[in-house]
Design a protein around this ligand. Sequence first.
Ligand code: PLP
Length: 460
Amino acid sequence: MGKNSSNTPHSIERIQQWKEWDHRYIWRPFTQMQDYDQEPPLIISHGRGAYLYDIDGNRYFDGISSLWVNLHGHARPEITEAIARQAANISHSTLLGQGNIPSIELAKRLVDLTPPGLDKVFYSDNGSTANEVALKMAFQYWRQVGRPEKMKFVTFDGAYHGDTIGSVSLGGIDLFHGIFGPLLFKRCSAPYPVFSKYTSQESPQAVAQRSLDAVKSIFKQHNNQIAALIVEPLIQGASGIRTAAPGFLSSLRELCTRYDVLMICDEVFVGFGRTGAMFACEHESVSPDFLCLAKGISGGYLPLAATLTAQKIYDAFLGDYAEFKAFYHGHSYTGNQLGCSAALASLDIFETDGVLNRIKPFCKRLEERLDALFEQCDLVGDIHQRGPSAGIDIIRSRRGREPFRPAEKMGAKACLALRKHGIWLRPLGDTLVIIPPLVTTVEQIDDLMDAVEQVLKELQ
Ligand SMILES: *Cc1c(COP(=O)(O)O)cnc(C)c1O
């Protein structure tokens, strides 16, 4: 195979075959397959920078970073070479009873990089397991420090923490989670302090206070039975890119400390630059008891996740073998060398490219364009944005406060129309999600927003 084999055009017969097999054999995640089979298939052949290329040779701007994972662009030489170098040595050995070099180096980098007080790194493969690990550690911690009555969990309405049964139990999106109700454990839920500079009628302080009061009354009511609270810091992702009132997170940290409740920050989405800072917690100088990382951790190249926690949690799991205090949890690919090597290369790029500074102009441009869109377009009901991440809610009429009916599938229609403009977005219901890779330029934001404006005009 030639060096540029991924760029060579595919034969018509191969393309037809792939499209047919795609329909015949693949069951896609979060997808109504009956609809999917009616849409023109989009099968990716390769990627370069912020663009994806399909097998027919069309180019698309990857406006959702391949489901919120890609940071530094596709086929980035520094990352692909790091993976290749590591694969030439060894691709995987177990972390059960052994160590490996990239997992050690990455753990040290993560502890140095994350907020103070996070001293230990437990690896897994994805966001759901990162949260599942935190949940089980928190539960077992209280049993081993002699407080077994602390068994309950507190979460937020609209929360999304993953798709395994434990992480689904912590979630608050009925559409995804309702049907599994009988399988889930009970948890207490408080309203998330959703704040939009465009539409919120109240001050951010008032919005934050209402949520804090609800959390406090749960803490009081269940007095000493709460093990942990889990929160998506600054932005709830899957519920539609909902931004939180500033100041909420730091007050929440104080409340957890006061009531002796462990705080789990799910930064699976917001970590690694998605709010403009390396970690969302940094905006409000918060150190959680557990920090869950996945999605962008490997730059978006390989499945990898980490749950970071404090020395005091770790210490509660120490004891004689026969006390059985160990954390009995692990996965086949825990601490995988290829994933950790990709993550190290990604962290290097953050430094060498000054990524967190370099994204500022495009984030500012995104905000300006969103401001203008909200002014102009009656189809835009609300917008939430924080740094490089945004959600645009479309409704039939803002003035009439009238949403579209779900059967109209307007979010999906808008995204299908955007494909014709060379833009790939995947909506959450009627929210257009804009989460471009961190390599995005001001010009690419303009192209993206020109297309969004045009498509919304056509839908009006
Ligand atoms: C995506 C996501 C998860 C789940 O991660 P997976 O890797 O898909 O299991 C958990 N929490 C948040 C906030 C997420 O955005």
